[in-house]
Design a protein around this ligand. Structure first.
Ligand SMILES: [Zn+2]
Length: 144
């Protein structure tokens, strides 16, 4: 994590009106356009990459980083196309997420009951339960 965390700290130190919104997420004034309220989103990923997103003007990562005198390579240990946030991040309506979560939780609950009652659990049921668990995690992530 060492160098990546340093890179994020370095970047944050050069931005203005930095505000932490989550453990690994910040917003700040975008240095690449005449931003008046913090519209730049910064996110530190566990794999060492730093994601930048300027939804207001879709500013280029190169421009944003360059505007504060840093190199893109300093933020991305290994630059990949996914270094950018997707330009438009679709948000699911909360009600839909809750409905999905409810369905998945019900499936998981049925599977748990089968286990408790020593009912035979087929590989298919097991897989469905694993899928339900991972979907629940994705739903939670989406709702966050
Ligand atoms: Zn911008």
């Amino acid at each position: 994590m060492g160098t990546a965390v340093l890179a994020v700290a370095e970047l944050l130190a050069r931005l203005s009106k930095v505000k932490q919104t989550r453990r690994d997420t910040w917003v700040a004034i975008c240095p690449a356009h005449d931003d008046t309220r913090p519209s730049l989103a910064i996110r530190a990923l566990a794999d060492g990459r730093t994601l930048l997103c300027c939804p207001a003007r879709q500013c280029d990562v190169e421009d944003i980083v360059g505007a504060v005198g840093l190199q893109v390579s300093e933020l991305f240990p290994e630059r990949t196309p996914s270094s950018h946030y997707p330009p438009v991040r679709s948000r699911w309506p909360a009600a839909d997420l809750l409905k999905l979560a409810g369905q998945e939780a019900m499936l998981a609950g049925i599977a748990a009951l089968m286990l408790v009652n020593d009912a035979p659990v087929s590989d298919q049921d097991r897989q469905r339960n694993v899928d339900a668990a991972s979907r629940l995690l994705r739903i939670a992530d989406e709702a966050a």
